[in-house]
Design a protein around this ligand. Structure first.
Ligand code: PEP
Ligand code: MN
Length: 342
């Protein structure tokens, strides 16, 4: 991948010492990275853990900026943080996932951003709500900030599987559909929680047309005070980016129309069949009403659900997917039958 063509923000989860910041920044700058990130105030789940070095680290970031020509970025969670950061000529701030869940906090920071010229990155909230994410972006834009960037860092879930934070790709895709001009970055570090998953996530994001990446890199990841398992060496980061395959995108766009035509046709057929199914449901509804029978028949519903899940399984469709479709279709059928009463 051509690093120059994408927006890449890289650096340690947290600034820990002057040496760590300068060494990491120097190696990243030598590899072609232009924007350096480091957290100064770290939102930790439990008290008593390393909570960042605070304002002291601003001097280290400024040094990295002047020595290596890097733009610098850090997280801001309060007006107090923002004031300190603005005094140190920071180029970008980001609003963290926890801050973005709270419209009061976002609005307070947005109010303090009025008249300020700075880039603002807005992470997705920890809960899967595209409107909350869009709302935070709008609050920042309404404060007059022109350079607003969205960062996809995944969503918290009670059940943890492969990823530390579930990617739920449909949400950033919906954000981009609603706001096509917004720059969208993928943060594979916080999505994955594991350094070996950073490269495959970057590849997926590239194939979904993301504009760039926001990745954690540390000069000594094993000794990192926060997010140690997900940070990569600066040299690893450069090689991950170098090895990403951009060609896939272009080749796909040339052959894709043939398949898109097929998909359009299939979707039309699905919708025609659904409409036919709804007509039949209404006929059944009339019979039920005439016979004074309840519209919802629990046994029939359970049997239908089981049956469709089994057919889906034989066709290679996941039970979760089939269940969601059947539930939705059944809900709509019932609605149509209920409307017959009016
Ligand atoms: C971070 O980028 O270091 C961070 C704390 O991220 P998030 O707000 O996405 O958890
Ligand atoms: Mn982190």
């Amino acid at each position: 991948m051509d690093i120059e063509k994408h927006m890449i923000v890289a650096g340690p989860c947290a600034a820990e010492s002057r040496d760590q910041v300068i060494k990491t920044a120097e190696e990243l700058a030598a590899g072609g990275i232009r924007i350096f990130r480091a957290g100064l105030w770290k939102p930790r789940t439990k008290p008593g853990e390393f909570e960042g070095v605070g304002v002291e680290g601003l001097g280290w970031l400024s040094e990295a900026k002047s020595r290596f020509g890097l733009k610098i970025a850090t997280e801001v969670a309060s007006v107090e943080h923002l004031k300190a950061v603005l005094a140190a000529d920071v180029d970008y701030i980001w609003l963290g996932a926890r801050t973005v869940t709270n419209p009061f906090a976002v609005q307070t920071i947005a109010d303090a951003l009025k008249g300020v010229k700075i880039g603002v990155m807005v992470k997705n909230p920890i809960n899967p709500d595209v409107n909350l994410w869009l709302g935070a972006i709008e609050r920042v834009e309404n404060a007059g900030i022109e350079n607003v960037i969205a960062i996809h860092r995944g969503f918290s879930s009670y059940e943890q599987h492969t990823y530390r934070n579930n990617p739920l790709w449909a949400i950033p895709i919906e954000l981009k559909r609603k706001r096509p001009s917004i720059t969208l970055l993928c943060d594979p570090s916080h999505i994955s929680g594991r350094r070996e998953l950073v490269a495959p996530l970057c590849q997926q994001a590239l194939q979904l047309n993301y504009d760039g990446f926001f990745i954690e890199a540390h000069c000594c990841p094993e000794h990192a005070l926060t997010d140690s398992r997900q940070q990569v060496l600066p040299s690893e980061l450069i090689s991950i980016l170098d090895n990403l395959d951009e060609k896939t995108n272009k080749e796909l766009s040339q052959n894709v129309n043939f398949f898109r035509d097929k998909i359009d046709e299939i979707d039309r057929r699905i919708l025609e069949l659904l409409s036919e199914r709804m007509d039949i449901s209404q006929e059944i509804g009339k019979v039920k009403i005439q016979s004074n029978a309840p519209l919802f028949q629990g046994d029939r519903y359970n049997k239908m659900l089981e049956d469709r899940i089994e057919i889906g399984r034989q066709l290679g469709l996941s039970s979760d997917f089939v269940e969601q479709i059947v539930r939705k279709v059944h809900e709509e059928s019932l609605k149509k039958q209920l409307d017959l009463n009016e």
